[in-house]
Design a protein around this ligand. Structure first.
Ligand SMILES: [Zn+2]
Length: 339
C-alpha cells in the first residue's frame, strides 16, 4: 500500500548536460553520450532506491525534452525549417512543422527501456508524451486538424508502448499537461486519443496532468487561474470513465480543491506530494499530510505518493532531498495505517 513513484524526469549530472536548464544541450556525443546516459540512469535509479521509491524511472536521462525528443524519432516532421507557435496558450516557441503523414520508422525509447530493466529489480515506469500535448508542440501544415493529428500520434504511441511493455516496463505513463488547458478537446477527442494510445496494453497505463514545471511562463499562468484551479473538475469525470488505470495529479502547494480526487472513482491516484516549483524541501510530515488528505478519497492500495511533475529544472541536491522526503513521509503514514 502507498506505493511510491515519481512523475518522470530528474536532473541530469552536469557532465552530461548543463544543470537547471530545460532543453539543455548534451555535453557528450556519439558513444560517449550513450555511455554517459547509461551512467546517469544508474545514478538516478540508485537515488530513487535509496529514497524508498518503489516504482522507478530512468529520470528521462536520455532525452532533452519530454515531447520533442520523441517527435525527433518520427518521420513526417521537419525540424530544420521551424515555425513559431504558442504552446498551451502560454508562451511562444520555435517548433518543428508537420509536413507529411507522421510515421514511426523505428522504436524510439525501447533500447532505453531495456537498459533500465537491467538496472533494477523494482517495477519500472516509462513516460511518453500524450497525443494532445504532442499536437500542441508542433505547427501542423499537413493534417490541419488537431484531432486527426492526435489520432495519428496515438497509433504511433501505441506501437511504441506495446514494445516498451515487451521490454519489461510495468507502468506506461502518457504526459498530458495540455489536458489542463483544452478541457473541451479533452472531452471531444483527447481521452479517446489517449485510449487509442493505450489500447491492448496489459502493463498499467497512467496519464500525468500537471500545472507544469516551475518556469516563469507557468508561474505567471498559474497566477492567472484564480483562487481555485478547477481544470481537473472537467477532465477527471471523463478519465474516470476511460480505460486508463492511473492518474497523476498535483496536490502539494497547488490551488486544486482536494475534493476533485473523489472524481476519479476506481482509478489509482498518483498523488503529487512534492512541489517541483520551489527549492524548499518538504518535510516528511508535510508529505504525510498530503497523503492523509488523499486517503479521505481512496483506499491506501489506490494511493501512489508521487511528485507534482518532473524535477529536471531543479538542482540534483534539491531533487535528491525531495525524493528522500517523499519516501520518509510515505513511511510515516504506512506506520500509522499498520499501527
Ligand atoms: Zn508535469
Amino acid at each position: 500500500m502507498l506505493t511510491t513513484t515519481i512523475a518522470g524526469s530528474l536532473p541530469k549530472p552536469s557532465w552530461l548536460a548543463p544543470p537547471q536548464e530545460l532543453w539543455a544541450p548534451w555535453r557528450l556525443e556519439g558513444d560517449d553520450l550513450t555511455e554517459g546516459q547509461h551512467d546517469a540512469v544508474r545514478i538516478v535509479v540508485r537515488d530513487q532506491e535509496q529514497a524508498g521509491i518503489d516504482i522507478v524511472s530512468d529520470g528521462e536521462q536520455t532525452r532533452r525534452h519530454f515531447v520533442t525528443t520523441f517527435i525527433e524519432g518520427l518521420g513526417g516532421v521537419d525540424f530544420e525549417h521551424r515555425a513559431t507557435v504558442k504552446i498551451r496558450q502560454r508562451y511562444d516557441a520555435s517548433v518543428p512543422r508537420v509536413v507529411a503523414p507522421v510515421v514511426r520508422t523505428a522504436p524510439v525509447y525501447v533500447k532505453d527501456a531495456r537498459f533500465l530493466r537491467t538496472q533494477t529489480a523494482r517495477p519500472i515506469k516509462f513516460t511518453l508524451p500524450g497525443p494532445m500535448t504532442m499536437v500542441d508542440t508542433l505547427a501542423d501544415e499537413y493534417y490541419r486538424d488537431r484531432e486527426q493529428l492526435a489520432m495519428a500520434f496515438a497509433e504511433i504511441l501505441n506501437a511504441e508502448a506495446l514494445e516498451l511493455e515487451a521490454a519489461g516496463v510495468d507502468v506506461i505513463q502518457f504526459d498530458e499537461p495540455a489536458f489542463n488547458v483544452y478541457m473541451d478537446d479533452v472531452q471531444a477527442w483527447g481521452v479517446a486519443a489517449l485510449e487509442r494510445a493505450a489500447a491492448g496494453i496489459k502493463a498499467k497505463t497512467a496519464v500525468h496532468i500537471c500545472y507544469g514545471y516551475g518556469i516563469k511562463a507557468n508561474i505567471d499562468w498559474k497566477g492567472s487561474l484564480g483562487e481555485e484551479w478547477r481544470q481537473y473538475e472537467d477532465v477527471f469525470p471523463v478519465l474516470a470513465a476511460s480505460t486508463i488505470d492511473q492518474v497523476s495529479l498535483e496536490v502539494a502547494n497547488s490551488h486544486v480543491p482536494v475534493e476533485f480526487l473523489g472524481l476519479l472513482e476506481g482509478k489509482d491516484l498518483l498523488v503529487g506530494a512534492i512541489d517541483v516549483a520551489t527549492d524548499v524541501i518538504e518535510t516528511p510530515e508535510q508529505v504525510a499530510a498530503v497523503i492523509r488528505t488523499a486517503l479521505q478519497f481512496a483506499p491506501p492500495e489506490r494511493i501512489f505518493p508521487c511528485t507534482n511533475c518532473g524535477m529536471v529544472p531543479l538542482s540534483r541536491e534539491v531533487s535528491r532531498a525531495k525524493l528522500q522526503a517523499l519516501g520518509a513521509g510515505t513511511e510515516i503514514v504506512r506506520r500509522e495505517l499498520k499501527g
